[in-house]
Unconditional design. Structure first.
Length: 558
């Protein structure tokens, strides 16, 4: 809720600090005292269009600061975090407007755009009056309002997901169709490229392995001498093979005499002889020019350079050739099997569409049922608000498929006919200024449990009414104030008497200069005197004071 409002140099207000309060708050005062200036100043802090006429004459700039207590799960928290602005339990909106029209906007002392300030303001305060309307009067909000009232936000979320899946399937099919048309012209090239790659059959990591083999084979002459020397040490008359053979013979001759004592030694020699023979065989193979796989230097080189040339042709790394082969093969398959491929994609589109329609139809049925319920509920409020000839209707109509969207296929609009002879039309176009505020009041009373905007402002909601109708307006404002902070600018004593908090707006002249001042009426006698003034005019009568006491007493009794 609005916890404080500080205004400097706005029209007739030089310096004003107003502490907010919960519940129903009434602002009263004589016509021209400056009540509208207060709302203009609040609008400036909420991101409304700036007008240099708001800057007090003789001042360099105007400044308005509005502080709000922010509920724990209010959606503004997410918006501010997204913009990198720290949000505690208090959010401060500030606007500075210079005489030359230049201005600055701040949220929690962070410079922001006026649009962000306006977005934040729209989430904190909703203003209804004869000349300024927000929220429910915007047809774009009507569907979401109806969904909240119907408590189908989860169902609508499922519809939105189904819509996204349907659109994704359509996009995939459309891209495939475009690809088919484009790749059809490349069919001959694709056949050649795929055949070449299939014949080459590149393998992941093959380039590095071939490079190692080729380096080995290129250096073979340098290392072959070492292989020959090693073979000489193994195979010459005095080499290891001859010596270990002679050692074996010697041990075998000793065996009959030495018995089991020589057996472990002889076994070890035999194992060593087998290892040496393996080593001799491998050295012989290496000397023959083989790298272990039987490939020659020329074969390895041919393969290596063939891969490099192919990669150059496709403008990729050698290791990327398998992926290129898969991509080109897929494009070729799409051409050669396009009917089957497209049929599969179209089946996916049809399935996603059917899922969307099924979910949207359920939501549509609930909207239609709830629209009738909401229409009746609002209609029941109208007679007491002196709108007894008006007919309020929530229209929920299924659009043509071209008008379907993420929230379903319904167009929702609040319409009104102000008398039986007038055709129904959009609420914001048909109702007059005073009627608009009362229509909004009726709607807000019915929708009291669904809104997330903590502060409501009603300006001149009681315009052109009095007596029992004004009392009905006050009673409904008091009901709204049980859930919201409600600020009402009023000329009706019946409305003012219902308020929990009361401020008096007055215009005074000091040293030839006019000032607007606002004073809280905390004492009951001060409230009684103001309400008596509202009842009788400039001269407050004894009867007016008595009537004011009765109005305040009725409020206390309620």
């Amino acid at each position: 809720m609005l916890s404080s409002l500080a205004i400097q140099n706005v029209v007739l207000i030089e310096n004003l600090a107003l502490e907010g309060a919960s519940g129903l708050c009434a602002l009263t005062g004589e016509t021209g005292a400056g009540k509208s200036i207060l709302l203009d100043a609040l609008g400036l802090a909420l991101g409304a269009r700036a007008d240099t006429a708001l800057v007090r004459h003789g001042a360099a700039q105007a400044s308005v600061t509005a502080s709000f207590d922010l509920p724990p799960k209010h959606p503004l928290r997410g918006l501010l975090e997204e913009k990198g602005i720290h949000a505690d339990d208090v959010v401060i909106l500030r606007r500075v407007l210079a005489k030359d029209g230049r201005g600055k906007a701040f949220i929690n002392d962070s410079p922001v755009s006026v649009q962000l300030l306006k977005d934040a303001g729209n989430m904190l305060v909703e203003i209804h009056g004869q000349f300024e309307t927000q929220g429910l009067l915007d047809p774009a909000t009507h569907r979401a309002v109806l969904d909240d009232y119907a408590d189908i936000t989860e169902e609508v979320s499922a519809v939105r997901q189904a819509w996204e899946m349907w659109q994704a399937a359509k996009d995939k099919a459309d891209r495939a169709l475009s690809d088919i048309a484009a790749t059809k012209l490349q069919e001959e090239y694709l056949k050649y490229a795929v055949a070449e790659l299939e014949k080459l059959s590149p393998q992941p990591g093959e380039e590095e392995a071939l490079a190692e083999k080729r380096a080995y084979l290129l250096n073979f002459e340098k290392i072959s001498g070492g292989f020959a020397q090693a073979s000489e040490l193994l195979e010459s008359d005095e080499g290891l093979q001859g010596q270990i053979g002679r050692l074996q013979n010697t041990l075998e001759k000793l065996a009959p005499v030495a018995g089991a004592a020589v057996t472990p030694v002889l076994d070890a020699v035999l194992r060593a002889k087998a290892e040496i023979e393996d080593a001799a065989y491998n050295l012989e193979r290496l000397q023959s020019g083989e790298d272990g796989s039987g490939e020659s230097l020329s074969a390895v080189g041919d393969r290596y350079f063939a891969l490099k040339e192919c990669a150059k042709k496709h403008r990729c790394a050698v290791d990327d050739l398998p992926a290129v082969q898969e991509e080109l093969s897929g494009r070729l398959r799409l051409i050669t099997n396009q009917d089957e491929a497209m049929a599969e994609l179209q089946r996916a589109v049809a399935k996603a569409r059917e899922s969307y329609i099924a979910l949207a139809a359920k939501v549509s049925a609930k909207r239609e049922k709830t629209a009738q319920k909401l229409s009746k509920a609002v209609q029941a409020e109208l007679p007491d608000l002196k709108l007894d000839k008006a007919i309020f209707t929530v229209v929920s109509a299924k659009a043509e498929e071209s008008g379907w969207g993420p929230e379903g296929f319904d167009r929702v609009q609040f319409t009104v006919s102000t008398n039986p002879q007038t055709p129904a039309g959009p609420l914001h176009k048909i109702a007059s200024g005073g009627e608009l505020a009362r229509f909004m009041l009726a709607l807000k009373v019915i929708l009291a449990e669904t809104g997330s905007i903590p502060t409501l402002v009603f300006d001149e909601v009681d315009s052109g009414i009095g007596g029992a109708t004004a009392d009905a307006v006050g009673e409904r404002l008091a009901r709204l104030a049980q859930k919201y902070q409600v600020l009402v600018v009023t000329h009706s004593p019946q409305v003012a008497a219902r308020a929990e908090h009361h401020w008096h707006v007055a215009k005074t002249e000091i040293k030839g200069k006019l000032f607007t001042q606002i004073a809280p009426l905390a004492a009951k006698k001060d409230r009684q005197e103001e309400i008596a003034r509202m009842l009788s005019g400039a001269t407050v009568t004894k009867e007016a004071r008595a009537q004011a006491a009765r109005l305040l007493g009725a409020k206390d009794a309620a």
